[in-house]
Unconditional design. Structure first.
Length: 593
């Protein structure tokens, strides 16, 4: 092979790896995190878990991605270690689909219909359709489908290029000498494991081996140990993802390793023991792409059938390797934080659609905590209770942590290859977490006011108390409306928030004006007035943040974000529905005279 032949080989390898990565990204975006949600829920039996792991991996074309996701589930407490074992086994079977697709490059026939199944025949068609979808379609799902088609075409073109470039190696004595060395089972396993660990994809390494078969110099005696090693090498990704994770997540990564190591050991022991007596003649035959796919699938299916009944044994072995005593005991606060933020696992960033969904769940939880903080602090204005006051402080601190964790995580998530819908969701969440945090801050401010009333033994007049009750009722409703609109992404409910916010602004003005009149008549003190003013101001600002949340929902739905423009247009256009809603809320929340 000359210099230019070497360039062609490496160019084909680069296209092959890029095509595999592009196709995987397209499949992940098209699934939109739905496959991961199915993985999370449907693991009630070992057989179901194996089938599920097989199907998901066959779709996303990466056993490493599936296993890393499972490690993330276990680390987050979403999935038990015993549930993870079946999925890990199934992932090993699912990844063999790629080798079957690649084996089609070896189809040879003069029949027109048979030749249609050869990738070099249909890949150009897929590429053209994919490019049309990407360039001219406005629907994101079609664009993702186009990415998958183009990725597959590049993958197959790279495979064909690589196979064509390595054919001259058959006449190079040194190349044959290297392959003869790999026919030693231990050296072959080591070579396969190292190659797969480096490129972190057993599918890709099997594809490279299938391409080398085009030389005719790779026999089955050389290929089988390499395939065995490739199954061990693919564990590197999961082991790396387990670093810094919980003990059960590290155990899940070890289960993946033990499954492949034990399966390989048993397969090699039985195979070469039988070979010692029978002497399999096919081992000296040149391997082909189809034969590689058969060996790859046979091993993984056989290993699963043999080891599935002993899945609990694999779990026990992993637990013996990482015993409970090895885990450093954490403080209660750290444990609580770990539980609260378990869904924000960085392993999920590899599957952005699922990560976005977890962020949405976490932000909804944050919103509910902020609402609870406000409502509890409002109760303290009526009757002070120290235990409840402590809980308000705890909630406010927890909401602060949510903002910090979610904000940091979503900045990282924003750098991933997100679909249009996921990108809009992240924008909405980033706009809203600041408002939820400020709502909890106002809860703390109300707590301070309640504490001052308690310490100084102050009481509002009956009239002031009634006004405050009306004010609090309106704030409770606007909280309910804005949070429901956010949780359900309901533009209709979001449109009800701004009319109520305008009424709350009026209530704030009237409460302060009424207080000044009572102060002039000597019916209350300046000190009481300061506290009432603080309460009124904080309640009005809570309504402002509710308005911001509702506007975010509306504007993100319109593919843009301009809160100032939305409000300006709403009031400038004299929308009769808007003004009718304002009047309806004014009647509902009329202050006592």
């Amino acid at each position: 092979m000359d210099f230019f032949g070497l360039l062609t080989m490496f160019g084909g390898l680069a296209l092959f790896l890029y095509g595999m990565d592009t196709m995987g990204q397209g499949l992940e975006k098209l699934s939109g995190g739905r496959l991961e949600k199915i993985l999370e829920k449907l693991t009630s039996s070992p057989i179901k878990a194996v089938l599920l792991g097989t199907c998901v991996t066959a779709v996303i074309q990466s056993s490493s991605a599936t296993t890393v996701m499972v490690v993330g589930f276990v680390n987050s407490g979403i999935m038990k270690l015993t549930q993870a074992v079946g999925i890990i086994m199934g992932a090993n079977i699912g990844t063999t689909v790629t080798s079957w697709l690649l084996s089609m490059t070896g189809i040879e026939s003069s029949s027109f219909f048979v030749r249609l199944f050869k990738p070099s025949s249909f890949s150009p068609v897929l590429a053209m359709i994919g490019v049309i979808f990407i360039m001219f379609s406005k629907k994101e799902k079609k664009k993702d489908l186009g990415t998958i088609m183009v990725g597959f075409a590049i993958l197959m073109f790279g495979m064909e290029t690589m196979s064509g470039a390595v054919k001259p190696l058959a006449d190079v004595p040194e190349f044959r000498g290297i392959l003869t060395m790999f026919s030693n089972p231990l050296l072959g396993m080591l070579a396969g494991a190292v190659l797969t660990a480096v490129i972190q994809s057993s599918s890709a390494s099997v594809g490279i081996l299938q391409a080398l078969c085009a030389t005719g110099a790779v026999n089955f005696g050389t290929a089988i140990p390499i395939i065995m090693g490739q199954n061990i090498g693919t564990c590197a990704t999961a082991l790396l993802s387990g670093i810094g994770a919980s003990k059960n997540a590290r155990r899940a990564a070890l289960v993946h390793l033990y499954f492949n190591v034990i399966g390989t050991f048993v397969f090699m022991l039985v195979f070469y023991t039988v070979n010692g007596f029978v002497h399999f003649e096919f081992l000296n035959n040149p391997a082909n792409a189809m034969g590689i796919a058969v060996v790859h699938s046979t091993f993984n299916v056989a290993a699963t059938l043999v080891l599935l009944p002993f899945s609990n044994g694999l779990v026990k072995l992993a637990c013996l390797t990482i015993p409970d005593m090895a885990e450093i005991r954490e403080t209660k606060d750290a444990e609580a934080a770990s539980t609260e933020f378990r869904l924000l696992d960085e392993r999920f960033l590899e599957t952005p659609g699922y990560a976005v969904e977890q962020c949405r769940h976490m932000t909804i939880r944050m919103a509910r905590l902020a609402k609870k903080c406000i409502l509890m602090s409002a109760e303290l204005l009526e009757r002070y209770d120290q235990e409840k006051a402590d809980q308000v402080e705890f909630l406010e601190n927890l909401v602060d942590k949510y903002e910090d964790k979610l904000g940091t995580y979503m900045v990282k998530l924003g750098s991933q290859n997100l679909s249009k819908n996921d990108s809009f969701t992240v924008s909405l969440l980033l706009h809203c977490i600041g408002d939820f945090e400020r709502i909890s801050d106002h809860g703390m401010n109300l707590l301070d006011a309640a504490r001052e009333l308690e310490e100084k033994k102050m009481e509002f007049s009956k009239k002031a108390r009634k006004e405050l009750d009306v004010f609090l009722a309106a704030v409770r409703e606007i909280l309910d409306l804005s949070l429901a609109a956010f949780e359900n992404n309901d533009v209709q409910q979001a449109s009800l928030v701004e009319p109520l916010e305008e009424v709350i602004d009026d209530i704030n003005t009237y409460v302060k004006a009424n207080h000044i009149r009572r102060l002039q008549k000597g019916k209350c003190t300046i000190e009481q007035g300061f506290v009432l003013s603080d309460i009124s101001t904080n309640l009005e600002r809570v309504a402002d943040h509710c308005s911001n949340i509702a506007i975010s929902v509306i504007e993100i739905d319109r593919d843009g974000f301009d809160a100032h423009g939305y409000l300006k247009n709403l009031k400038r256009d004299n929308d009769p529905k808007f003004h009718a809603m304002v009047e309806s809320y004014r009647r509902k929340y009329t202050l006592p005279t």
